[in-house]
Design a protein around this ligand. Structure first.
Ligand code: ATP
Ligand code: MG
Length: 541
């Protein structure tokens, strides 16, 4: 099988040499918040790798930190993964393995490889040493196995308060890797766990629990992000010294970072709590629930994750690259519709029919392009941006005495402009060319501009929302997160849309012609057209 990244190269070698004979991965979120685009990258990698090798991928909830974890997050994470279309083989929770993890900690104690320490967290930190100096051994390091067993049992039985005692692995206080200097593997924590309730008042640390849980699930390749590279020796130490029979391998890859985007749950939470956004699913949020609400197609997100590949070094991807995939997908798949912003009223003075029904192209990119009916009449609206009183040279939209084509309808000419007292445009008086109907144009008039329009006799009022990034540009990159916040990231306009927008289902995505991609939402009974992505591609290949 051809390897498309370094992880697959590793797997291929292992399969060839017989180190493994199948592939089993897991996606390991901590249920302490909502998933974001970075997680999508990890999801695509874990599920994608398993699929490629016809293997398994579990959903594994890393719930060893009860004070921050909630069932609400577990359910939201599942929904997000389902939205992306991934199917996990099995669901497991670190908490399912608490008994086993405890037993293995006891085994370490019995083997003289773990001890109960009375030092406080602060004292442990201060005696850890530095990159250039070794750490100092704790005075409790050489307790007898019997004493350690008794103290650990007492920890479990609730004899101690938070922080009063910890269990540490007895490794090497002089190790060049600080993670190996007798890391804490269990702590006392009086917190109700979202699944085990009050059964436990001690909880294993991530570095100890994770390799054991991987092993118990039969995971072969435990894929994680680069910040865990220095933890790999501890991962391997745990696997070797607890004596678990199945031995997984940890492989690290670079975290996905995107310009103008906050990707840490901690900051995302702050945005929600500060009211900078409407919630975790605000369309401006880089959470999966936010992207879904924005109208970003799951496949566009997966295509993006696929294309950016898997790196060994951290970098930042341009947000315009993600937008490029969203636009590309919607261009192929989204229906077209018309809406105008800051509508200008147009009266077609020579049109004396009651109105007519024309054919509108649903999506010119469809394999077999289809049409839907659209009404046309004497009164229409055009976008204020499509008319100029003092047009610059080469202005191909509508101007006095100029011609323009109305998309899927007729060519019109502006004969007169009626102004309000304050000089603003009140109405345009136009004439249409009857023989210029789209598809059967025999007028011979060459018209350079085509604009969108809405039949005023059949229009609905809409609110059009456009978004800017939540985080200002890279020139602010060195500044504090709060200074980079863009508090003007939503703009609302009033507009008129064709009737179809009213009758079509909620959540449908469109290309609003010449505007961009939008999703129909209904808020307080009003139609909101919420921007998904603009039409213009800012990405340079
Ligand atoms: P955060 O810092 O946002 O809370 P996390 O790493 O703590 O992220 P977890 O729930 O622990 O979040 O992550 C689950 C999995 O997703 C982990 O394997 C983690 O490495 C991976 N992951 C998280 N963020 C990214 C990212 N930006 N790019 C790639 N993978 C990521
Ligand atoms: Mg985490």
């Amino acid at each position: 099988m051809e390897a498309k990244n370094f992880i697959e190269e590793i797997i291929n070698e292992e399969l060839d040499s017989g180190v493994v004979n199948s592939v089993h991965t897991r996606f390991p979120p901590e249920p302490n918040g909502y998933l974001h685009i970075g997680h999508a990258k990890s999801l695509c990698l874990n599920f994608g790798t398993a699929k490629k090798y016809d293997g398994l991928c579990n959903l594994f909830f890393d719930d060893t930190n009860p004070s921050k974890e909630k069932t609400e997050f577990v359910n939201a994470i599942k929904a997000d993964i389902e939205w992306l279309g991934f199917k996990w083989s099995e669901v497991h929770y670190a908490s399912d393995f608490f008994d086993t993890i405890y037993e293995l900690a006891v085994k370490l104690i019995k083997d003289g490889k773990a001890y109960v320490d009375d030092l406080t967290a602060e004292e442990i930190r201060l005696t850890r040493g530095t990159l250039t100096e070794p750490g100092k051994e704790s005075p409790y390091r050489n307790r007898s196995i019997e004493e350690n067993l008794q103290l650990f049992t007492d920890m479990k039985n609730g004899k101690y308060k938070d922080g009063e005692k910890v269990l540490r692995a007895k490794i090497d206080m002089a190790s060049p890797n600080i993670n190996m200097r007798d890391p804490v593997i269990y702590r006392v924590l009086w917190a109700t766990h979202h699944r085990t309730g009050d059964k436990w008042c001690i909880y294993p640390m991530y570095d100890f629990a994770h390799p054991i849980c991987d092993s118990m699930q039969g995971v072969t390749h435990s894929i994680c992000t680069l910040e865990f590279e220095d933890h790999r020796p501890l991962y391997n130490w745990t696997i070797e010294n607890t004596g678990v029979s199945h031995k997984p391998r940890q492989i690290e890859f670079a975290r996905l970072n995107i310009t103008n985007t906050v990707m840490s749950k901690r900051y995302l939470k702050k945005l929600v709590e500060d009211g900078a956004v409407e919630g975790w699913d605000d369309p401006r949020m880089p959470t999966l629930t936010g992207l879904r609400n924005r109208g970003v197609p799951a496949d566009a997100l997966k295509n993006f994750c696929e294309e950016i590949g898997v790196a060994k070094a951290n970098s930042e991807i341009e947000i315009s690259y993600l937008e490029h995939f969203i636009r590309d997908y919607l261009n192929q798949n989204a229906e077209r519709a018309m809406a105008v912003e800051n509508a200008i009223k147009v009266t077609i003075t020579n049109y004396d029919k009651d109105g007519e029904v024309l054919d509108f192209d649903i999506n010119p990119n469809d394999e077999e392009p289809k049409k839907r009916p659209i009404t046309f009449s004497k009164n229409i609206y055009i976008d204020s941006e499509d008319f100029s009183l003092c047009p610059p040279p080469k202005y191909f939209r509508l101007k006095k005495d100029g011609y323009v084509r109305l998309k899927n309808a007729y060519i019109i000419k502006c004969d007169d402009v009626l102004l309000n007292d304050n000089g603003t445009i009140k109405e345009l008086l136009c004439s249409y060319v009857p023989e210029s109907r789209s598809g059967e144009d025999t007028s011979g008039i060459k018209c350079k501009g085509t604009i969108h329009w809405v039949d005023a006799n059949n229009a609905v009022d809409v609110e059009i929302r456009k978004y800017d990034y939540l985080l200002k540009d890279a020139e602010y990159a060195g500044q504090d997160f709060s200074e980079r916040m863009n508090y003007n990231s939503v703009t609302k306009f009033l507009g008129k849309a064709e009737k179809y927008i009213e009758t079509c289902p909620e959540n449908l995505s469109f290309q609003l012609l010449r505007k961009g991609y939008y999703k129909k939402m209904v808020k307080n009974g009003k139609i909101v057209l919420s921007e998904i992505v603009s039409l213009k591609d800012g990405f340079k290949k």
